[in-house]
Every structure is written in structure tokens, then in C-alpha cells.
Ligand binder design. Sequence first.
Ligand code: KIV
Ligand code: ZN
Length: 563
Amino acid sequence: MRPGYQKYIPFQPQKIENRTWPDQVITRAPIWCSVDLRDGNQALVDPMNLQEKLEYFHTLIDIGVKEIEIGFPSASETEYEICRELIEGGHIPDDVTIQVLVQAREHLIKKTFEAIQGAKNVILHFYNSTSTLQRKVVFHMDMDGITKIATDAADLIYEMSQPLIQSGMNLRYEYSPESFMGTEMDYAVDICQAVLEHLHATPDRKVILNLPTTVENCMPNQFADMLEYFIRKLPSRNCAVISLHPHNDRGTGVATAEMGLLAGAERVEATLFGNGERTGNVDMITLAMNMWTQGVDPKLDFSQINRIKEMYERTTKMPVGDRQPYAGKLVFTAFSGSHQDAINKGTQYMKESGSDFWEIPYLPIDPADVGREYEPIIRINSQSGKGGAAYIMEHNFGFDLPKAMHPEFGHIVQVETDRVGKEITPERINELFHQEYVDVKEPYKLLKHSFHETIDAEGHSHVAFQGTIQHTDTIFDVSGEGNGPIDAFFNAIKGEKMARFSFLDYSSHAITDGSDSQGVAYILLQDQRDGKKYWGVGLSHNINLAPLRAILAAINRAKRKSS
Ligand code: KIV
Ligand code: ZN
């Protein structure tokens, strides 16, 4: 054997003139078929038991899937029993079609017909392998031999289905040329056309032609070329529903499905979270939500994605990765500072502009669309920037920090994340905020105070302040006057050793925590001796007291930093 990469045979692209699929866009949902309970289940370390399959089946129905491949009833007694329970237990709504898979082999087909007795809507799905490789190494047959397997099966299925159809069963057919992507396209057309003819397909009784990338072996654009070529060449195109069944070996199952839809497919077989053989089947959720983000209704309901994820992880025992599109734990989380900043601005823009559209950078969808509006979007670690900590303070604790304060507080938080070397919680951020700006009660403390306000005939306010302040062990009285409480207090303390501070900025707002509402004031002072600026924050149920506390907190911080 050749060494390394040289042992692989490169994919031979299908030649096609004037391809049209690149100019198409997806404008409507395909017919969805879930293959979770068959392809997904057969790929599990521990396949689902009856109860798990039933729960999964009902979840698929809640999501809105109308065609569900429930298994391979001729493959084992368990599979057969599950099919019977679904039918006899009345689990299948009238508008839902169950699909059963069977190889193109007589005894298995007969067993499958037994399994579906009594069902209302059924798709009988049969398949055989058609690829060059499978013909060569597995079946040792030429094209005619492989075609005969398919058409013999089609004849038997057609014959056995007539009594059921006459008795009222809505029975449809699906044929898969398994390993379609490794099949010569002209041969794929021939075998599918033969099957359509043997099943007496008409425009009114279409047969589903399911064209799987059983093992994904080419780029999605090359698959789309093959599909467009196949569709153009298929004589009875109007008697077929073209279905996709992408696997994900190259990690491009979603792109293959999307480009396949552009190339003319009408139906997609997929699984939740992309479970399935090897690297999985194409992920139905990603496909559907991708449509959603383009303004196309996917006709599936993923508004409770966490609930679906919980069911999936429990029944399949497969974890959903933290980066799984739309569903992963971290997909709506920004750690990076610049991302946090942009999200912050986007959120602000949405609020202020009243935009009808979702216009937030780094958040391709509104987490609320998948029921994830209560999860933290911004989390803080050493990669986070100045805006992130402020965002947490606002969204988790109701503190709307002045913009000019963000860099300083962001830095304080960053020093802490560098120190601990991991993510820090919102509670810890709140603690740091209080330690740094609010709970700075030394050396100056306001022990008691009173205001006296007079308002003259023109409505001008005049406030007199009197108070008692403690400075370490010394207690002294201060008084001052001004046109408002802050002015009066500031004038009162100017006479003391605090005269060196000038007043730069003030803002305040209410914060409500349950039924308790209090005011918060943010004050920025400047030390005139060296020009340094100090923020202080005061909290109080009394709107006049919060700014006084903030002023003293700023002065105390200055003292602390300069001592
Ligand atoms: O991947 C595949 O080819 C299949 C067929 C049975 C449709 O699962
Ligand atoms: Zn498959």
C-alpha cells in the first residue's frame, strides 16, 4: 500500500455544464424526515429501549416532524416490537407518517409488511448499495445485477402493498441507492428510473428517491453538481420526491444538505444534534435554525431547545458538545472583551432604535428563539474587557455604571481573573465592586446629618446641611450651604481636610431587588494636588444620602490610594 495520504483515491467530480444551483436561495422548508430512531439509534453504543424510543418519538412529534423513520423492523425482534407498540399503542397521530427501513431482500421485505399492519400512514423504505466500490468489493456484481436486486424488491413491494392500499393504508415508497455519492451518476439515474417504473410511480403517486451521502466523500459543491446532473437526467423527475440523507464524515453534512436543496432536493432526512453512524447524520436543528436566521420558517419548533437536549442526552447517552450550533452550552456566550463590547452596544442599539430586526453583533440569533434567554451571554475570564464587568453589573445586579467608570472597574476585574487564572462568577464581580467603591468607610464616616431646604418665590432651592463626621478617632461637626443637598454637603466638608477635591461627575438611578428599591449614586472627584480621579459609589433608601456616601467613598478611596 502507498504511504500516508497517497493511498487515497481523489474524488472524481461530475462534469456539468451551466450549473444553476449556485444562483438559488433556500426560500422554504423541505419535507423533514427524522431518522433518529433508525440511523441514529443503530449508531449508539447502547441502543434505545422501548420506553426511550417512545419518549423520543413523542418529542419528534412535538417538534413538528411529520415523517419519522422508526426503525428496521425486520432486523430484530426488539425493532419489530417497537414498531408494533407504536402502531397498537396508538402513539402515532393521524398526520404523522412512520417510515420503516428494509434491505432489498425478499424475506426481510415480507417481515416488514407484517410489522406495518394496522398503521395509517407508512413509507416503506428499501435500499441496496450501488457504488463502484460496493459493487466491486462487497457484491461482486455488475450494474445489471445490482439493478435487478432493486427492481425485484420493487416488484415484490408493489405487489404486497396492493391489498394494504386497497384496505385504506396510505402506503408510499422510498428507494435509496445506498452510497449514491460513490456511484457513477449515469448509473444512479438508470437504477432510480428503473425503480420508479417498477413501482409504477406517477406524478400523483410519487416515489421518494433518497440520495444518501452514506459516507461523505466530496465537497458540498461537488455533491450539488452531482445532484443537479442527476435531476436533469432523470426521465421521470416529475414522479419523484428528491430526498437527501447526508452523513458528516468530512464535517460538511449541513453544507451538503443546504447545497443539495439549492440543487433541487425537496426533502431531508436528518437527526437531532446530528447523531448517526460514525460522524453522524446531518443535524436537523442546525439546518432548521440556519433557515430561521435567514427569515425562512423551517416548520419545526425548537423554541425549547434545552428540553430537547436533555431528552436527547438521557435517551441516547450521547453528550451535546458545548459548541454545538444553537444548542451548545457556550454558543451564546462571549468571553472576549471586544465581543462583549459589541454585544453591549448592540443591545443598547436595539433598545434605543426600537429596531424590528435582530441586530446584535456576535449573536447570530436571539437566544430567546430557542428558549435560552435566561442564560448568561457575557461571562468573565482573563480574556474579557472593560465592558463585560459593567454588563454583568447591569444585567445581574441592576447597577448602570457610568461609561467613564467601565475601564477602571474592568481593570479591577481583570486583575482578579489574572490572579485566580479562571472564570469568575457574577457574584464575585459584585463583591469586587462593593469592596472597591461602596464599602470604603475609612477614614471618613458620616455619623449623622440633617438637611434644611427652603424654596424662594422663584422656585430656587436653598439647602443647609449639618452633620457629624468621624475621621479615624476624631469626631467633628460640619455645616455648609448650597443650591442642593450635594452642593451643601460638598461645601460643608470643604472647610475640612477634604478641600483638595473638586467635583467632576455625578449620576444616580434606582435599583430594585424584589420589592426593595434603593438609590445608587456614582460620584467622580478629582484630587487637585495631582490631578488623579476617584470614583465613589453610595447606596441608600434615602435619595439624598446615597450621593453623600458616594462622595465620602471617593474621598476614602483617594486617601487609601495615597497612604
Ligand atoms: O446512509 C445511508 O445510506 C443509509 C441508507 C440506508 C439510506 O442510512
Ligand atoms: Zn444513513
